[in-house]
Structure formats: structure tokens, C-alpha cells
Design a binder for this molecule. Structure first.
Ligand code: BTN
Length: 242
């Protein structure tokens, strides 16, 4: 699926933005892959920036035509998170998905995912999936969650191109599974960070203890509160305190 149409850039503001800038051109179709060695203005979630030292990490965007309803959009994010986990498990690590889109190893962030949808009515026609995976970078600015990389976890330098090919294979396998109708929900839930564990959260300035029970089809996080009620949170409405 991601083998024919690959644009390799040296420096760009953002691979996601570059892919989106091709929207009106024939290159913008399912299977398009854009990578860069360096992003001068990499986009993170919630308007943050994604920083990555040149030539050390994977900066990847791919285009798919999901043709699903907007209320199923979290399915894409689950598939992408699971395929990053597939890769990390294949490399011998034990990754967790911190809802909605952070991939952690030993509570440290190793990868981030940024999904940008193109809509026609209620349908998602195109999706640009951006993945930033820390590979050979060994020192990071102090963010929360603390960052890590494959090299820090595995004590060895890795080949970025090989990792990219492996990740694209896992992603294309997961997309095929989704299109065949096989559910990946169980795997997603078992990879969910802090699932079924008592943890501290903050919402609207109030701290509370709760237990993550799952994620709704539309992508809201379900937290069981101390009074046993289940509360639903949209992205940005709740913060993990860990
Ligand atoms: C996050 O904040 O966790 C999401 C980070 C996503 C970063 C990747 S790097 C490749 C692609 N291009 C971007 O500008 N962002 C994504």
C-alpha cells in the first residue's frame, strides 16, 4: 500500500503540511508517503510543536482514503497507534498507548501521532497520518511526558530507513485488517496505558482519582470515578497526573 509513491525531503516545515499542500494535485492519493530528515516547524497535537534533531528520527506522513464516517475517526487513530506498537513489540519493547495518541515505553514518550482529516459532508475522504518516532536521538528537552528513543531503550543505533519500511508494513497490515472488518478493539484496550489501574487525573482544574475503562467509538476516554459513575472525556478535557 505504501510502496509506490514516496517523497523524500531533506528539510521541510512539516511533512503533514507538505502532504496536505498536495491536496489538489494527482500525487495526493492513498499510499502517498512523505518523509523528511528535518522539520523546521513540525506540528504536534494541541497546537504544540514537534522537535526532532536532523537525521536522527523518523518523520513520516502517509495519506489514506478511509471513506468512513466522521464518528468513526478514532478508529484510524487506534489503527495507527497499534501499528506503532506492533513495530515496538517486534523490536522487543513493551509499548503502551497513552490516550489519545502518545506511544510510551516505560512511561516515556517514544512516538507521537498527528492525524488530519479531509471531510466531505460526514465522510472522511482523505486522512494524513503523521508519525514522529524517536530513533537515534539521545538527549531531549525537558517535556512531560519525558521523551525517549529506540536507541535509549535498546542501547544501539538503528537504521531509520529500515524502521520506516517495517512501520509502513505494520500499518498497511492493520489497515487491511480494519477493512476486512476484523476488530482490533481488544488489542487496543490491552495496550492502553493505565487501563484498569487507579490513577490521578485533572479536569476543569479539579483533581480526581479514577480508573480508565476504555475509549468510545467516537474517541472519548471513559474513566470510572470514585462514585463508580463513568465519565466521558474529549481530547483536551482531561489531563493525566503521573
Ligand atoms: C504529538 O504531539 O505527539 C504528535 C506529533 C506528531 C509529529 C509528526 S512528525 C511527522 C508529522 N509531521 C508533522 O508536522 N507532525 C507529524
Amino acid at each position: 500500500m505504501f510502496t509506490k509513491n514516496h517523497i523524500k525531503l531533506d528539510t521541510i516545515n512539516s511533512t503533514n503540511e507538505y502532504a496536505l499542500s498536495l491536496k489538489e494535485t494527482p500525487a495526493f492519493m492513498e499510499g502517498l508517503v512523505v518523509t523528511a530528515n528535518y522539520q523546521s516547524g513540525g506540528n504536534g497535537q494541541r497546537g504544540k510543536t514537534w522537535e526532532s534533531i536532523a537525521n536522527e528520527n523518523l518523520l513520516l506522513s502517509v495519506v489514506i482514503e478511509p471513506n468512513i464516517n466522521i464518528n468513526q475517526q478514532s478508529e484510524i487513530s487506534k489503527i495507527v497507534a497499534l501499528s506503532v506498537c506492533d513495530l515496538l513489540i517486534y523490536l522487543g519493547l513493551n509499548p503502551k498507548i497513552k490516550w489519545p495518541n502518545d506511544i510510551l515505553v516505560a512511561k516515556k514518550k517514544i512516538a507521537g501521532i498527528l492525524i488530519q482529516n479531509q471531510l466531505k459532508g460526514n465522510k472522511i475522504t482523505y486522512t494524513v497520518i503523521g508519525v514522529g518516532l524517536n530513533i537515534n536521538q539521545v538527549s531531549f528537552k525537558e517535556y512531560l511526558p519525558i521523551a525517549t528513543s529506540l536507541q535509549l531503550c535498546l542501547n544501539t543505533e538503528l537504521n531509520i530507513d529500515k524502521i520506516k519500511t517495517q512501520l509502513l508494513q505494520f500499518l498497511s497490515d492493520r489497515i487491511k485488517q480494519f477493512r476486512n472488518g476484523s476488530s482490533q478493539e481488544k488489542e487496543y484496550l490491552s495496550s492502553l496505558f493505565l487501563k484498569d489501574k487507579v490513577a490521578a487525573f485533572e479536569s476543569k482544574g479539579l483533581q480526581f482519582m479514577g480508573i480508565i475503562k476504555g475509549v468510545t467509538q467516537s474517541g472519548k476516554l471513559l474513566i470510572q470515578k470514585e462514585d463508580d459513575s463513568i465519565a466521558e472525556f474529549e481530547n483536551q478535557q482531561v489531563k493525566y497526573l503521573f
